[in-house]
Design a protein around this ligand. Structure first.
Ligand SMILES: [Zn+2]
Ligand SMILES: [Zn+2]
Length: 346
């Protein structure tokens, strides 16, 4: 099969012909129909992820058609249209037993712990636990945009932030994660303040339901500005970028007993950011993380898509070929363009 392969960290990946994957007894092989390009792929490529062993095939935001099925798989058959969350569970550890496959002790992450979906085929483990069937009405490009940024935002806003109607939600960073969070928070009736340094991204944020926007490059104090707009601070605030500044602002703009949810990855030199801990204590703030979402929680999100409350297809920026994915991957740290880039030609 054709795949994007890198043999050294930060060295340009190449298109190579590699052996087709075969399914594990508990797994399937999926013919990749669409795969998103994400900043996490960039983190992996530059060497920030210790799970990755070289040579490596990136790609974790995928949708496709089941091509081959392992002998122990009972729920899936050849021809099924599927996607997966970027963290797959083992099904046997205490976290999986408690229903929290997103923090499984033995995670399967395509494109990180194993070869991913920047390829014509990808092997997926523990298919009965980790695969999600796609409704006929959902195209592969939209489905590919769900598995990482959209579900992580859904878990951040709904399951971790417990956002409810009438609350103020601040979203710092309006890339794929941030725009997803804005759409989801707006759908449950929250008032969203979006923060970014790009007017184009803020315009898209307003189109997706943000009722106020803050251009961080134009205001002196981002946190103070959000507190003014929200008349006392956000109930829930997300760092959707993953940077010490956005993390600090997100905690700084909370009202008393507010919740900060860290969604953007903090890796390498950014892995231990400064946090205003005195404020956390005095105001009884909560600091939470969001790390993907279990396959069994997709149902609620899918129902909101079926009813039209969530429209992830609005987040698609451009579609590209597997060859073009190499440039797209290498430039993910420059935050060019708006919306999610998806590979749709293999
Ligand atoms: Zn991703
Ligand atoms: Zn597990």
């Amino acid at each position: 099969m054709k795949a994007v392969v890198y043999e050294a960290f930060s060295a340009p990946p190449k298109i190579m012909i590699v052996p087709d994957p075969t399914p594990e007894p508990h797994g399937v092989v999926v013919k990749v129909m669409a795969t998103g390009v994400c900043r996490s792929d960039w983190h992996g490529w530059v060497g920030h992820d210790t799970d990755i062993q070289l040579p490596h095939v990136p790609g974790h935001e995928l949708a496709g058609i089941v091509e081959a099925v392992g002998r122990d798989v009972t729920k899936w058959k050849v021809g099924d249209r599927v996607t997966v969350p970027f963290v797959g569970g083992c099904g046997a550890c205490p976290e999986c037993h408690s229903g929290n496959h997103q923090v499984c002790d033995r995670q399967f992450q395509p494109g990180f712990t194993h070869w991913g979906s920047f390829a014509q085929y990808v092997g997926l483990h523990r298919a009965d636990i980790n695969l999600v069937g796609l409704p006929e009405s959902m195209d592969f490009t939209t489905a590919a945009s769900l598995g990482c940024r959209f579900v992580t935002s859904f878990r951040a806003v709904i399951d971790q932030g417990k956002t409810s109607a009438g609350q103020w939600v601040a979203v710092h960073g309006c890339g794929g994660v941030g725009l997803s969070a804005i759409m989801i928070a707006n759908a449950v009736g929250a008032n969203v303040v979006a923060v970014d340094i790009s007017e184009d991204k803020l315009a898209l944020a307003r189109a997706l339901g943000a009722v106020a926007t803050v251009n961080a490059s134009e205001v002196g104090e981002v946190a103070e500005t959000v507190i003014e707009i929200t008349r006392g601070g956000a109930h829930v605030s997300l760092d959707a970028l993953g940077h010490p500044t956005t993390c600090f602002n997100s905690i700084g703009n909370l009202r008393k007993r507010g919740k900060h949810v860290q969604v953007g990855l903090m890796l390498a030199e950014n892995s231990t950011p400064a946090i205003p801990m005195s404020r956390v204590i005095a105001n009884e703030l909560e600091i939470l993380g969001s790390h993907g979402m279990q396959a069994h929680r997709y149902d609620a999100m899918m129902e909101m898509m079926r009813s039209g409350k969530l429209a992830p297809e609005k987040l698609i920026g451009r579609t590209i070929t597997l060859e073009q994915s190499i440039d797209a991957l290498m430039s993910m740290d420059r935050f060019e363009g708006t919306g999610v880039t998806v590979v749709t030609e293999f």
